[in-house]
Design a protein around this ligand. Structure first.
Ligand SMILES: Nc1ncnc2c1ncn2[C@@H]1O[C@H](COP(=O)(O)OP(=O)(O)OP(=O)(O)O)[C@@H](O)[C@H]1O
Length: 227
């Protein structure tokens, strides 16, 4: 579903943010991306969403080479992706419900349909009773869950989350991860970048990056993944 073939990325004249990264993530898989600050985690996620393009190598999503995608194909690609980047960038002058409806309205969904689906998405992340609140009235963990609802409201095949539990206490981080796990269990492919050792401890698959390079893991060298 997601394939990196010998991908390198250089920003301007700086060093390589990613060097010769080859990996694949299967449909429905839950994979974590870990590594110290500056290791290239965000860069890797951004390439899947065509926010950044590889300097060399190829990134394939559902068999399509993202580096070759014309600008006109990007909205179609992103419709299949649920993106959670830091900061959550919720619009503070709109209600939680309006924030979650936005991706649907942008893609032309009728208002009543958008509201119905946004309410269902808020329900899934346990925020039914916060629909009419303003985002700043919510805790950090609740805001992150609004960002999850907004990311999944288009029913994407893939969720990309960059540090979804950053700056959260354990209980809030647990709720954010439970919400993401529920989508994984429902068959959504999830790739989650995190420093959070408590989350990584129970993970089936961890893709480790250091200074832009993969540190070999069983999945990275092509061995069978634990189920
Ligand atoms: N837009 C950019 N322009 C120039 N250099 C960049 C840009 N974005 C990232 N970099 C550099 O690329 C390298 C990898 O950055 P990246 O943000 O991917 O790392 P990260 O692992 O996500 O770090 P963190 O955990 O701190 O978010 C870093 O050296 C960073 O300074």
């Amino acid at each position: 579903m997601i394939e990196f073939n010998r991908v390198s990325k250089q920003y301007g004249r700086g060093g390589a943010a990613l060097s010769d990264v080859t990996l694949s993530i299967a449909k429905g898989e839950l994979a974590f991306l870990s590594g110290p600050s500056g290791a290239g985690k965000s860069t890797l996620l951004k390439m899947i969403a065509a926010i950044e393009r590889p300097t060399s190598g190829s990134v394939l999503v559902n068999g399509q080479d993202i580096g070759q995608l014309p600008a006109s194909g990007i909205p179609y690609l992103r419709r299949n992706l649920g993106l959670m980047f830091q900061p959550a960038n919720l619009l503070s002058d709109r209600t939680v419900l309006a924030n979650v409806m936005l991706p649907l309205l942008i893609t032309g969904a009728p208002r009543n349909e958008a509201e119905k689906r946004a309410r269902a998405a808020l329900d899934k992340v346990g925020l039914t009773d916060k629909a009419l609140s303003e985002p700043l009235a919510l805790s950090g963990g609740e805001q992150q869950r609004v960002a999850i609802a907004r990311a999944i409201v288009n029913r994407p095949q893939i969720i990309l989350a960059d540090e979804p539990t950053a700056n959260l206490d354990r209980a809030s981080a647990g709720k954010v991860m439970d919400a993401l796990m529920a989508f994984h269990v429902a068959g959504v492919t999830c790739l989650i970048a995190t420093h959070d050792e408590a989350i990584l401890r129970g993970a089936d698959r961890i893709i480790r990056l250091q200074a832009g390079r993969l540190i070999d893991t069983p999945a990275a060298v092509g061995e069978t993944l634990p189920s």
